[in-house]
Design a protein around this ligand. Structure first.
Ligand SMILES: Cc1cc2nc3c(=O)[nH]c(=O)nc-3n(C[C@H](O)[C@H](O)[C@H](O)COP(=O)(O)OP(=O)(O)OC[C@H]3O[C@@H](n4cnc5c(N)ncnc54)[C@H](O)[C@@H]3O)c2cc1C
Length: 395
């Protein structure tokens, strides 16, 4: 593929760059460090502003009032957002994985009903897949949905649901036919999180946040019209969501990683190691250079994935390569940050001696979840082994 930007791509980049310079809220720095529970309305308003400028989900079809742009332009969008240090968008799962699944599998009525409010962040979406006994082996999930007339009655428990505490809607995978082989009896429902019987409980993470939740469903009534795709074809619908999560979602991470490594290189000139600047330490130098190169590889691999999606229309199993790569790379970068900062790396933003407002302490702890969320590294390797290398299944 040609990695030079075309005239159209350069125009798009310049227009966006100017728009971001004029529109990123001036007080963003004051909000940046606040817990997400506090800053969420702020991020929601920011996404609405982006949508008003037709910048949210630039690559979705034009019929939703967006630009219908290429995936290359979508990649440029994420690069520019990161370069400008813009606030993230509130509805990240709606935009990154659930919206694309509704566009692919939804009825016209569903697309008309849900897509505009995903774009404007008026309705926040979450992903109800994992259960206490079904994570890697998602097809073993037990949440039951029984059809009574034209309504499904849903009972069971989900866990680790990101944004559950603020979610308006959920892409929920349920078992509609317990009598058939496990992959064949699943259905995806679009569920109103404010419906009677939905009980959301926070789970405290080691970062101190409650980013995700466990959710109990007791006799929750869901109209049959809210089935996404076909009844008992939920496995394919859910896999489509996961492919988006593993394949395209990492695009927005590249510049964040790049910013982190640039900052670590800068810090290595001032922080001391064995009585001299860390930049002169042979081991630290090797590690910084290694990660710098790997971040560039990540960028090129992401572009390769976009190129494939552009030609085939769907993300493929090689999305698992990206997922393993970015998640393990981020852990390596955060490990180097801790080696560089020494005991300062553990300080939180509340401590005046903390470097960069304690972001490194938070980022190190949060990075541990990277190799678990969206499917663990072992599962990604199994997928690559089977679907890319043609090895036998792992089970
Ligand atoms: C930060 C974060 C956010 C999340 N957000 C969401 C969300 O929004 N919605 C949602 O539904 N879920 C979410 N999850 C859950 C996540 O998808 C699951 O944790 C993940 O799929 C692993 O499932 P599990 O926790 O049940 O672990 P298990 O499946 O019990 O796995 C335990 C260990 O066994 C290994 N293992 C399992 N099977 C195999 C195998 N066949 N071969 C080799 N090794 C194997 C795994 O790699 C892992 O190391 C989130 C998780 C995290 C950490």
């Amino acid at each position: 593929m040609d990695l030079n930007l075309t005239t159209e791509e350069l125009q798009f980049r310049d227009e966006l760059r100017a728009w971001l310079a004029a529109n990123i809220p001036k007080d963003w720095n004051e909000w940046r460090e606040k817990p997400i529970e506090v800053s969420f309305p702020y991020l929601r308003a920011w996404q609405r502003k982006l949508q008003e400028g037709r910048w949210a989900a630039v690559s979705w079809p034009k019929e939703y009032g967006v630009r219908g742009a290429s995936l290359m332009l979508q990649a440029i969008f994420w690069e520019e957002m990161a370069r400008a240090e813009a606030p993230p968008m509130a509805n990240s799962l709606g935009l990154g994985l659930i919206g694309p699944t509704i566009i692919a599998y939804g009825s016209e009525a569903q697309k008309k009903r849900y897509i505009p409010k995903i774009l404007s962040a008026e309705e926040i979406w979450c992903q109800g897949f994992s259960e206490p006994n079904a994570g890697s082996d998602l097809a073993s999930l037990q949440m039951e949905a029984r059809l009574e007339g034209d309504t499904y009655i849903v009972n069971g428990q989900k866990v680790w649901m990101s944004y559950g505490w603020v979610g308006d809607w959920c892409e929920l995978v349920v078992r509609t036919d317990p009598a058939v082989p496990k992959h064949k009896g699943l259905t995806v429902l679009l569920v109103d999180m404010k419906a009677p019987g939905v009980d959301v409980r926070p789970l405290r993470q080691m970062t101190g946040e409650s980013e995700f939740n466990e959710i109990f469903f007791r006799d929750v009534r869901v109209p049959a019209a809210n089935v996404l795709g076909k009844v008992n074809d939920g496995w394919n619908v859910a896999i489509s969501t996961l492919m988006h999560e593993r394949g395209a979602y990492g695009a927005r991470l590249h510049l964040l990683f790049k910013r982190n490594i640039d900052r670590l290189i800068e810090l290595s000139h001032t922080l001391q190691r064995n009585g001299k600047p860390a930049a002169q330490d042979q081991v630290i130098r090797q590690k910084l250079a290694q990660c710098y190169g790997e971040i560039e590889i990540m960028r090129l691999n992401q572009l390769r994935a976009f190129s494939r999606i552009t030609s085939t229309g769907v993300p493929g199993p090689e999305g698992s390569i990206l997922k393993i790569f970015w998640s393990e790379l981020n852990q390596r970068v955060q490990q180097i940050a801790q080696e560089l900062l020494g005991s300062y790396g553990q300080l939180l933003g509340t401590d005046s001696r903390a470097v960069d407002h304690g972001i490194w302490s938070y980022a190190y702890l949060r990075s541990r979840g990277n190799t678990i969320e969206a499917g663990t590294s072992e599962i990604q390797r199994n997928i690559i082994g089977h679907f890319v290398l043609g090895l036998p299944r792992s089970y």
